[in-house]
Write a protein that binds this ligand. Structure first.
Ligand code: SF4
Length: 431
């Protein structure tokens, strides 16, 4: 029997789970009347596909597992006949019945064949969906999707995205033994390194207790000596007065706080604009701590009073004429830049607020995180541009973050059957 190539087990799971097949006069392959009382719980781990299902065959009611395959012979291909876990199967749901399946007592397992019971419109829609070469496979059908359902799905995706981010934050929080200031410092530094220097910034922030920086927050020179020193930048010979003084100061701080440098090799200068060099970022970080002190209070606990400060943060005088310690240059203003600030707010501040709200049980902070994303402009990257080409425009970061989650975790993985929009598209046809 020729099976359409687009028939997959996932599709059959979907059809069974949502009962998207003709339920009239259902019979098993041996001709007994079949009624589905409960399709069971979809199991995404190993083991039977649906558990705790309930069916009636003839006059008898059965409770147990349902296994789904394209061909019934897949039962043997998957070696279920030797696995006791599958002995509780009450029904084998297949597209094509090409081999009878037995339980361990040699009793035939009742079989339901779906081929011929699924409407041609659903098959055509699914076929079209997965054949579409556009990365957004449902692009042709999006206009038919109910807007309310579409936006509720985006809401769910945003929460999903924030929850993924918070699990990474949870690890850092545990590693700091529940220290919010240090946790935020690590996360903030990581994102302050942007793409290229995340690793170096992480290593630096893990090697430097934020309390030490806070103690020295009123003295920008000391802050720079601490940051550049632990970053490993002060281990070379200098000719200029400023780095020589930083070096001296760092020797003193190193002894006082028992500090240890990270290898300078962590830092990358290639393929980034000079204004994004790690040396410039470290000076901006020192300035930010100098102005704001406790970053966790300023950006998470007491938001939004101080969001403007980060936009205007600059570098110390020396760095106005330098990009590295060894190359003096022309005077140039080196503020963070609007898109870098937005990136930090979207990827660091909002997830941290959400996580803080989750950990402390304060819904207020979870809502503040969502509000912040709603107020920030949408990101402008190839994912968002691709959606725009398909007439879906993100109005703010809330929506762009949802679309990023959708693209990376559903569209690219072709998980249309698990997607709220895919469900709408398919059910729309069936209904
Ligand atoms: S995962 Fe959803 S949004 Fe993405 S292509 Fe499939 S149906 Fe469309």
């Amino acid at each position: 029997m020729q099976i359409p190539f687009f028939i997959s087990e996932d599709f059959l799971h979907y059809v069974w789970k949502h009962k998207l097949f003709n339920l009239q006069n259902l019979t098993t392959e041996d001709g007994q009347l079949l009624q589905i009382l409960n399709e069971g719980m979809h199991n995404h781990e190993s083991g039977p596909d649906f558990s705790n299902a309930k069916i009636q065959i003839g006059n008898l009611t059965w409770a147990g597992n349902v296994e789904v395959h394209i061909n019934s012979s897949d039962w043997f291909a998957h070696n279920h006949q030797n696995d006791p876990v599958y002995q509780k199967a009450i029904l084998h749901v297949v597209w094509n019945n090409n081999k009878q399946v037995f339980d361990n007592l040699n009793n035939p397992i009742p079989t339901l064949v779906l081929n011929g019971r699924v409407s041609s419109s659903l098959l055509a829609k699914y076929d079209k969906l997965i054949l579409n070469r556009n990365e957004i496979m449902c692009s042709d059908s999006i206009p038919s999707v109910n807007k309310f359902e579409f936006f509720s799905w985006l809401n769910r995706l945003l929460i999903e995205r924030l929850e993924v981010k918070t699990s990474a934050l949870q690890e850092i929080y545990s590693s700091t033994k529940g220290n919010w200031e240090q946790t935020f410092f690590i996360v903030f530094c990581k994102n302050f390194g942007f793409k290229t220097n995340q690793e170096g910034m992480m290593a630096l922030s893990r090697n430097l207790d934020f309390k030490i920086l806070l103690k020295n927050k009123d003295d920008l020179f000391k802050l720079e000596s601490l940051l550049f020193g632990v970053a490993g930048f002060l281990g070379q010979e200098f000719k200029e007065e400023y780095p020589i003084n930083l070096q001296k100061e760092y020797r003193h701080q190193k002894h006082k706080y028992n500090l240890e440098e990270i290898p300078v090799e962590f830092w990358k200068f290639g393929r980034i604009r000079p204004s994004g060099f790690p040396t410039i970022r470290l000076s901006q970080l020192a300035n930010l701590i100098h102005i704001q002190g406790n970053l966790f209070d300023a950006y998470v606990r007491n938001i939004p009073a101080s969001l403007d400060v980060i936009q205007s943060v600059e570098v110390s005088t020396y760095w106005n004429t330098h990009f590295t310690f060894l190359n003096p240059g022309q005077v140039k203003k080196k503020s963070l830049g609007k898109s870098a600030v937005q990136n930090l707010l979207i990827n660091t501040v909002a997830p941290m607020m959400f996580f803080y709200g989750q950990e402390t049980g304060s819904l207020e902070f979870r809502d503040k995180a969502l509000d912040l994303l709603e107020k920030l402009p949408a990101e402008n990257n190839f994912i968002i541009r691709n959606w725009a080409q398909n007439n879906i425009f993100a109005d703010n970061a809330f929506e762009s973050q949802s679309l990023i989650q959708l693209t990376n975790n559903y569209c690219t993985l072709k998980k249309c059957l698990n997607c709220g929009i895919g469900n709408q598209v398919l059910k729309h046809e069936v209904g």
